[in-house]
Design a protein around this ligand. Sequence first.
Ligand code: LMR
Length: 331
Amino acid sequence: MFRKITFLGVAVVLSVLMTSDAGLAANPITIKFSHVVAENTPKGQMAIKFKELVAERLGDKVQVEVFPNSQLFGDNNEVEAMLLGDVQLIAPALAKFERYTQQLRIFDLPFLFRDMAAVEKFQQSAKGQALLSSMESKGLVGLGYLHNGLKQLSCTSPIKVPADASGLKFRIMTSDVLAAQFQAVHAVPLKKPFSEVFTLLQTKAIDGQENTYSNIYSKNLFAFQSYITESNHGVLDYMLVTSIQFWMSLPDDIRKEVKKALDEAILYGNEIAAAQDLADKEKIVSSKQTEIITLSDAERNQWIEVMNPVWLRFEAEIGRDLIDAAYQANM
Ligand code: LMR
């Protein structure tokens, strides 16, 4: 009897040892990366690059599964899903974090950044980097920023000056700053998930929306929009986010390699972003479906003037010093 028990005991210990030895190969750590855009976008391409780099460097210890196009989770539930451990990596637009921090609202202030170089400069500054930790009390850790580009206004009617937008319905991301921006021109903002924009336009439930050229092109949003005003009025960038619980559960060496792969994939995505913005604009122009309206300095100044009070309205929550630092990035 004793010999039987001892034999069984040894077998159990051996099998535990073998499992942990074959270790992660038998049970790889899975990182589900969920996002809402198409694969032929800066974020879509960045996600694929990250998957490839992890496969190359961590072999069968870690596997990345990418779910584009809101396939797994969408705007309304991706952060909650991550906090529940159903997904490990997401990259929402900065406008979508308002339930978790007020500080990231800085990125939605209209006409704050002159170009993407200024956005990059601010994000890489000490103040910009500190914002990556702004949601830690909510269990979220920011792992880096990813660019898409500056937003344009698409619409069924031509828009040149703020008065042209008056009374029209625009889909926006879930941000009170963006709502205030459209209210400033007496338009009607509707907060809706990205996955619904195409249908909202198709059914004429909305007149227009604001987005980057790559999102407008890859989701065919221009199909129902005769005009795009090249307003460059705001930025659409992302934060790569995971849950602190998941992040800290990774062995140190693996966390380091995953972060390295992520940083490289972000650089790759950022390189694509600038080129894709131009290329997708060109594709929209060549389609001849949609006319691109450029603004004169005088027209653009009208938008800046009418939207400027939005800054003041959100100054207390965002912080004057943060707004000043972001503004300085234009210099
Ligand atoms: C949007 O909702 O319009 C964008 O945030 C989608 C995206 O992730 O680029």
